[in-house]
Write a protein that binds this ligand. Structure first.
Ligand code: ZN
Length: 385
């Protein structure tokens, strides 16, 4: 539909009502006692019907245009890894991580299902937060099936372990000859309509986001000392994605010491609407100084049935001031009922006939958003006050 025909739904309704009122006034005010008057009456009636038809014909297009002004975020079930698909109203797309290596194409099939739902056929940017296998492992299979514009990462593998060296090598082999970009804190990922800022990567972090004044963080004083982490987790990339007033925070698997370094003593991150729970809800991450300072409205934990979703991290996020709901991709089967969310907030509860259900977040630039559980089809709205 041409932009000039994109009339908002409210405008369509108002226009239709105005035409109807004007027509009624015209018709009621003209007596039908002459042939000419009757002709004029018939002409007015036809004109009004045509005008109403034309305006109402725009309604489906306007509803579509309105739907197109939404940011889509999918938290895909990759069984305790990360794969998060972000699709802007412009159609521009970013996939943060690709989950585990192929298991009969399971991860890629689930990514493609989310792409289909979002109406995209290729991915503009694939961002690998770090080189652990539950984040980078899906790239070799993905590139066999999905066209990718560019691959983004933090540069060389920094972890001295044979398994991570192997997974990094498999990643490099899979993207050989394809566009690759190494990013640094403060860099941006360009998608029209979105602001995507790299907060942390390769163990470094920003101290301020342009246009956002860092605020003293009152939660730092009581924060415990977190151990240094020599693994790739501490090198994890972290993004703040802003769409109008809506903000989404994804810090990958960043661990406690680096979280605290990022937000203490001054916190550069403004209050957020949606928090992807760090590190799948591991206790090595999710310091109170981070979680409470960023003040999420909703959190999604991408835990597996038997991976992460740990009680302490669950409790920290659950107790965060202002949090309305904590969604979980799976029931944390190693945890107890007191540290699992209600079943309606779990995509793949214990005993469900099949895995693979995802959460779909639909956000408006005004800041309101909804979360749909693909298993139940239930959608819950979160309105900006
Ligand atoms: Zn992980």
């Amino acid at each position: 539909m041409k932009p000039s025909f994109r009339i908002a739904a409210q405008t369509v309704t108002l226009s239709a009502m105005r035409i109807a009122v004007q027509c009624l006034l015209l018709l009621s005010g003209s007596p039908l006692n002459t042939r000419r008057a009757r002709r004029l009456h018939a002409f007015t009636l036809s004109f009004c019907a045509l005008a109403l038809l034309f305006v109402c014909a725009q309604a489906p297009g306007s509803a579509q245009a309105s739907a197109q002004k939404r940011l889509l975020i999918y938290s895909i079930d990759v069984e305790g890894g990360q794969s998060t698909l972000i699709v802007a109203p412009s159609g521009g797309s970013l996939l943060v991580d690709t989950g585990w290596p192929d298991r009969d194409g399971r991860g890629t099939t689930r990514i493609q299902a989310a792409m289909k739902d979002a109406g995209i056929t290729h991915i503009d940017h694939v961002f690998t937060t770090h080189y652990h296998v539950d984040h980078v492992g899906g790239v070799p299979e993905l590139v066999k099936h999905v066209q990718v514009g560019e691959f983004i990462d933090h540069g060389p593998n920094r972890e001295d372990s044979s398994i991570t060296r192997r997974d990094f090598a498999a990643y490099l082999a899979a993207i050989e000859g394809k566009p690759r970009r190494v990013i640094h804190p403060g860099d941006t990922i360009q998608i029209p309509g979105l602001s995507i800022v790299v907060l942390a990567t390769d163990g470094e972090h920003i101290s301020a986001i342009p246009g956002v004044k860092p605020a003293p963080n009152p939660y730092c004083a009581s924060e415990r000392k977190w151990p240094d982490d020599p693994t790739e987790n501490a090198r994890s990339g972290g993004l703040l994605i802003t769409f109008g007033k809506f903000r989404f925070l994804d810090l990958g698997d960043l661990t406690g010491a680096k979280e605290v370094a990022l937000v203490c003593p001054n916190n550069p991150i403004p209050p957020i609407d949606l928090y992807l729970v760090n590190h799948h809800g591991m206790d090595l991450s999710n310091s109170r100084a981070l979680v409470e300072a960023v003040h999420p409205v909703v959190a999604i934990m991408n835990n597996g049935a038997h991976k992460a979703g740990m009680p302490e991290a669950w409790q920290t996020v659950h107790d965060s001031p202002g949090l309305q709901d904590l969604y979980m991709v799976h029931t944390a089967e190693g945890s107890d009922a007191a540290h699992n969310s209600p079943e309606a907030l779990i995509a793949n509860p214990k005993g469900a006939p099949a895995d693979g259900a995802y959460f779909k977040v639909v956000a408006s630039p005004a800041g309101s958003f909804s979360v749909t559980n693909s298993r139940t089809g239930q959608t819950k709205e979160y309105r900006r006050k």
